[in-house]
Design a protein around this ligand. Structure first.
Ligand code: C5P
Length: 247
C-alpha cells in the first residue's frame, strides 16, 4: 500500500519569509514540496538547496513553454539543481517536450545528479470550457486533456499533470504504472479560490492520482502542519478502503 506521505505535495506559493515558516512547520510531516514561479523567480537555486537540506523532495513547477532550443537550455540548467520532478507545458508540442527531456538528461548527467522526472502539464486546473474557448480551443477540458496526454506519451515524458477529474482518462491512456499528478485538490469545505476542476483528496486518489498537489488549503490554514496531517489521514483511510475493495 503506498505511503500517503509519498503522495502529498505541498505547493509553497508565497514570499520567502512565508515559505521559510511553512518549510519549518511541515518538516517531518510531508516528504514532498513544490516550488513554483512565485518563489523560484525570487530565490532561484538557493531555495532548492535549502529545501533539500530540510530533507524534502522538490518538485520544481516552472511549466516551461518556449521554443525547443530555449526549453532545452532551461531544462539543462534546472536539472543541475538536483530537483526530483519538473514541468513543461504539453501544449508546447512534441519537439519542445523532447528538447526538455534532452536538456534535463544532459544537465543532470553533467552535474552528477539523478535526472528529474519531467511532467507534462495538460490543461491548467484553473481553466474550464469557457476559458479554453477564450484561447481558441473549442473542445471541452476532457477532450483537450486527452489530446495532450496522448502527445505527452508520444514524447515519452515521465508523467503528466491534470485535474483529478481527468485522472481516470489519463490512466486509461498511460497505463497502470504512470505518474499522474493532480492539483485542483480541495478538502471538503475549503475555499476553491481560482481552481475550477477540483476534487477532495480522497476522491483524487480514488480517481487514480499518484501524487496530489495541495497549496492554499494547507499554507493558508492557521496550522499548516495540522492541515497536512488531516489530508494524510484522509489519504490513508482512502487507501484502506481501496485495498478492501480490491480484496
Ligand atoms: O493553492 P492551490 O492548491 O490551488 O495550488 C495549486 C498549485 O498547483 C499551484 O502551485 C499551481 O501552480 C499548481 N498547478 C495547478 N494547475 C495545474 C498545474 C499546476 O494549479 N494544471
Amino acid at each position: 500500500m503506498p505511503n500517503p506521505k509519498d503522495q502529498l505535495i505541498v505547493a509553497l506559493d508565497g514570499t520567502p519569509d512565508e515559505v521559510g515558516a511553512w518549510a519549518d512547520a511541515l518538516c517531518g510531516v510531508v516528504t514532498w514540496v513544490k516550488v513554483g514561479m512565485t518563489l523560484h523567480y525570487v530565490l532561484g537555486a538557493r531555495i532548492i538547496d535549502d529545501l533539500h537540506a530540510h530533507g524534502y523532495k522538490v518538485f520544481l513547477d516552472l511549466k516551461l513553454h518556449d521554443i525547443p532550443h530555449q526549453v532545452e537550455g532551461a531544462a539543462f540548467a534546472l536539472a543541475a539543481l538536483g530537483v526530483e520532478m519538473m514541468t513543461v507545458h504539453a501544449c508546447g508540442g512534441l519537439d519542445m517536450m523532447a528538447a526538455a527531456l534532452r536538456g534535463a538528461n544532459r544537465g543532470a548527467e553533467q552535474a552528477g545528479k539523478p535526472a528529474p522526472k519531467i511532467l507534462a502539464v495538460t490543461v491548467l486546473t484553473s481553466m474550464d470550457a469557457a476559458a479554453l474557448r477564450q484561447i481558441g480551443v473549442a473542445d471541452d477540458p476532457q477532450t483537450q486533456v486527452e489530446r495532450l496526454v496522448r502527445l505527452s506519451a508520444q514524447a515519452c515524458v515521465g508523467g503528466i499533470v491534470c485535474s483529478p477529474l481527468e485522472a481516470p482518462l489519463a490512466r486509461s491512456i498511460l497505463g497502470a504504472g504512470a505518474t499522474i499528478v493532480t492539483p485542483g485538490v480541495r478538502p471538503a469545505g475549503s475555499a476553491t479560490g481560482d481552481q475550477s476542476r477540483i476534487a477532495t483528496p480522497a476522491r483524487a486518489l480514488e480517481l487514480g492520482a499518484t501524487h496530489l498537489v495541495v497549496g492554499r488549503p494547507i499554507t493558508q490554514s492557521a496550522n499548516p502542519a495540522a492541515a497536512a496531517q488531516a489530508i494524510l489521514q484522509e489519504l490513508a483511510t482512502q487507501e484502506q478502503v481501496s485495498c478492501q475493495e480490491g480484496d
